[in-house]
Design a protein around this ligand. Structure first.
Ligand code: LLP
Length: 439
């Protein structure tokens, strides 16, 4: 029999997804074989696509006039295999906790290319960051005072950015908007009193240096305008501070937030077109405002990982309730992907071995957890699956494993990276792992 190969090129789905005889393959690797070999649920990343996504940022966030640095926002997924790829590609990495810093360091990453966030850093975290020459993004005045005290008492030096809130309303879910005036992150660029206190701390300080300001306007943003507005606001604010305090600023970090497609109907955002516009705007304003900004940072997370991964689940029973509403039960759920329950996030999916079958059924995809909200997708059109078929949920690379839990003592799934062949990069938890912390 001649195998029918159809290559799919839809950005929401893995770039190198093939259909061979009605079954889904990543290039020539069968998702069914992966599911059988590594058990389900299973996160399958295309390492080639992931690397190409990093390359897109490295290529398009570049300029002859500035040093442009792409920081991988590791909250999307922090595992040693990704840290190693970042190191190889020359990316920076961000961190949010001592645990993040530890994993990054243990993975052999150069710590002077780590950007340390967090709105409530402990002294222990500040100490680890300073001792390892990490770039610290100071969140607020009181944290700056702690950092200065630590550095002065221990005769240490620290390079910092200061997180400000530019007050930009990006159209995204309210839980991932970070730049409204009510946000817990950073200090408002309009709070002259606190900015004054902050700059007086920095001014003439020999230990703690301010490179420039950091902002992050939210996540999963599709429009270009909020990103460009952020550039304008951050440049104007840098100018205002330089003028008032005669403090030379060299750096701006514009954060992440570049949206990806989860559904075919999502608009998406073309970073290849946006990034050069951002850099061009900085260049124009740098001249106009007579600034000397030379280092630019962005922090993509989701857009590097999201579309390069699918989660494979086993299809279990189908339950039709009294209202003829159908639930397709799968062997995972909110423990491996909390996003639908937490943000009403929407996902698209297919039955791995019925890729071309007509989608004439409608299901809610329900997880195993003891929670009514444990629904991975609502009203999803699918062909009728047979028991033990596999369901493939698209775009699950970001904020899934990193936000996973052992709720109901569900075992955390394995992660496989596929290039020319599959490679297990995170093993599946075993039952005995569940007992490992208990005394
Ligand atoms: N930089 C900072 C300071 C951030 O707080 C974040 C995300 C990023 C960069 C990366 O944003 P990205 O490029 O991935 O959108 N758990 C939520 C998203 C939370 C985002 C937290 N901060 C979700 O699953 O949608």
């Amino acid at each position: 029999m001649v195998a029918l190969v159809v290559q799919i090129n839809n950005k929401m789905k893995p770039k190198y997804l093939n259909i061979i005889d009605n079954s889904a393959y990543l290039r020539n690797i069968s998702y069914v074989d992966l599911a059988k070999q590594y058990q389900t649920p299973l996160y399958v990343f295309d390492e080639i696509e992931l690397r190409e996504n990093m390359d897109d940022f490295l290529t398009h966030f570049q300029s002859a006039d500035f040093s442009c640095h792409t920081v991988y926002a590791s909250k999307a997924l922090l595992i040693p295999s990704i840290v190693k790829i970042c190191k190889e590609k020359g990316l920076y990495i961000d961190a949010v906790s001592l645990g993040d810093l530890y994993v990054i360091k243990e993975s052999g990453f150069p710590m002077n290319k780590v950007v340390f966030h967090g709105n409530n850093k402990s002294i222990e975290e500040l100490k680890f960051a300073v001792d390892n020459k990490v770039i610290i993004v100071v969140d607020h005045l009181e944290e700056l005072i702690d950092l200065i005290n630590y550095c002065q008492e221990n005769n240490q030096k620290a390079k910092t950015l200061f997180r400000v809130n530019p007050g930009i309303e990006a159209h995204t879910h309210k839980y991932v908007q970070t730049s409204l005036n009510t946000s817990k992150f950073g200090e408002s660029i309009y709070d002259n009193e606190r900015i004054n206190l902050i700059m007086n701390c920095y001014k003439d300080n020999k230990n703690v240096k301010l490179l420039g300001f950091h902002s992050h306007i939210g996540s999963q943003i599709f429009e270009e305008e909020p990103f460009l507005l952020n550039v304008r606001k951050m440049m104007a604010f840098s100018k205002q501070v330089e003028n008032l305090y005669q403090y030379p600023l060299t750096t701006i970090n514009f954060g992440g937030g570049f949206g990806i497609k989860y559904l075919e109907t999502d608009a998406g955002l073309d970073v290849k077109s946006l990034l050069p516009k951002m850099v061009e705007l900085v260049k124009t304003l740098n001249k106009q405002l007579n600034l000397r900004i030379k280092d630019l940072f962005i922090e993509p997370g989701r857009s590097i990982l999201g579309n390069s991964c699918v989660t494979i689940y086993k299809c279990c029973d189908i339950k039709e309730n009294i209202n003829h509403h159908k639930f397709l039960f799968v062997d995972g759920g909110m423990a491996d992907n909390i996003r639908p329950a937490l943000y009403q996030a929407k996902y698209s999916a297919d039955i791995v071995m019925k890729m071309n079958d007509e989608k004439n059924e409608i299901y809610d995809i329900a997880g195993k957890c003891c929670e009514s909200g444990d629904i991975l997708a609502i009203d999803l059109r699918l062909p009728k699956p047979d028991k033990n078929d596999y369901l493939m949920v698209y775009s699950t690379g970001a904020y899934t494993y990193s936000m996973s839990s052992n709720y109901n003592n569900m075992l955390k799934p394995a992660i496989v990276f596929v290039s020319d062949k599959p490679k297990l990069v995170v093993r599946r938890q075993e039952l005995k792992d569940l007992m490992s912390l208990y005394k």
